[in-house]
Design a protein around this ligand. Sequence first.
Ligand code: CP
Length: 317
Amino acid sequence: MNDLQFRADGRLRHLITLAGFDRGRIVALIERAEALRRDSCGGTRPLDLLAGRTLINLFFEPSTRTRTSFDLAAKRLGAQVINFDIARSSTVKGESLLDTIHTLEAMHCDAFVVRHQETGTPEHIARHLRSAAAVLNAGDGNHAHPTQGLLDALTIHRRRRDAAALRVVICGDIRHSRVARSDVHAFGALGVRDLRLCAPPSLLPERDSEAFPRCALFSDFDEAIEGCDAVVMLRLQKERMDFAAIPSEAEYFARYGLSRERLSRANEGCLVMHPGPINRNVEIADDVADGAQSLILEQVTNGVFMRMAVLAELLGA
Ligand code: CP
């Protein structure tokens, strides 16, 4: 993948996965996001770094946060954005994915932001481009969601600079989660050493899975959250489950939900995160999701600045 993602001089060519990202690359993107936050006065002052550039959002799966924040990020940098309407496109007449891409390339565009239910689709597109456009993975199957990993790293970094000393637990539907995979890469590269994954046995990855390097696996959330400095809750992805992985939502919440009582087992001031959308009172209690320790909406805000940073990096501004 590195041959596809990085240019010979090390600069980003496409963004498909965070595998292969080191601390320097993550910190550089975090610093760029913070600089763009300052330069744009928190997003209120338009910038022209990407004036004349065109970005096409190609979302084959629903999205609120990722699609809107890529749209805003590109526009706040001065780019034009096309939100390609899949349901009203000629794909419904049978036009293939690559014919669609080549057609859009023929009108000239600089970047495709791609979300697709099938693992590998952004990589497939990147390998078959006929132009110099960049491909940004906005989530593919259960493989990767790299900008979510980057914005989550930014969110932790803004609160805690002692990554090596942090204990972080990711809890929920790990098996189906592209966010978990990208968070593990991002947090590991940032320097987090104590990284825990917690889920019912049916939703845990295989032990020693290459997708989750150096992670400790837990099936008891009370044990996993003990002494943690950050907890990332994941959504139960019913649309990706092909079997009855959990007995009932109520039982799931009782064993794996983040309640105020369970949060008290973590360290004081433990950061509470969730990529969204949240299933209230299935994986996280209302009073925790809306509580003082919750960074859920801060993650959303940070997502715009991180996507500005990634677009500036990829489009050479
Ligand atoms: N976190 C995330 O990817 O949310 P959306 O599906 O709303 O984009």
